[in-house]
Design a protein. Structure first.
Length: 155
């Protein structure tokens, strides 16, 4: 399998950081480019409750926060400096935006963490469903990672 480019979606959870660790190792091993994608939540429903100025400020703050968190990844993962990497930010539904990113910028492999920010209840269902949608609909190879302690809890 030829791997020249890897996409890693992150929601800044430990699960997505675990996936990023694997993606960095693969990128170093294969000498390929790494794209790290964050999907900002769509706050369009808040438009009903906020003035246009407040809404625009909220959207800009969310975007700035995502940029800061992406930039901090280089500190948290020093090996990231050893590979060509790019940060992308999109806004909307995570599954839809990840799939659209893949359409706009095809890659050879997606490395994605299982469960994202979810740990139980509806959050588990929602974020688990995101990974499932990506696996079912993407036209590229997918590597789903799972943190060790999650596996141990299930056993």
């Amino acid at each position: 399998m030829q791997i020249n480019s890897i996409l890693v979606p992150t929601d800044f959870s430990e699960d997505s950081y675990y996936a990023l660790t694997h993606a960095i190792e693969l990128a170093k091993w294969r000498g390929c480019a790494l794209t790290i994608l964050n999907v900002n939540p769509d706050e369009s429903m808040l438009f009903r409750y906020l003035s246009e100025k407040e809404f625009d400020k909220l959207r800009q703050e969310a975007l700035n926060d995502a940029r800061r968190q992406l930039e901090k990844l280089v500190e948290r993962f020093p090996d990231l400096q050893e590979v060509e990497h790019h940060f992308h930010i999109r806004r909307g539904n995570p599954a839809v935006e990840i799939l659209e990113e893949l359409e706009a910028h095809p890659v050879d492999l997606v490395v994605i963490g299982s469960h994202g920010r979810s740990s139980q209840g509806l959050r588990f269902f929602y974020y688990g469903a995101t990974v499932e949608k990506i696996v079912r609909r993407a036209k590229t190879s997918i590597l789903v990672t799972r943190m060790q302690e999650r596996r141990e809890r299930k056993d």
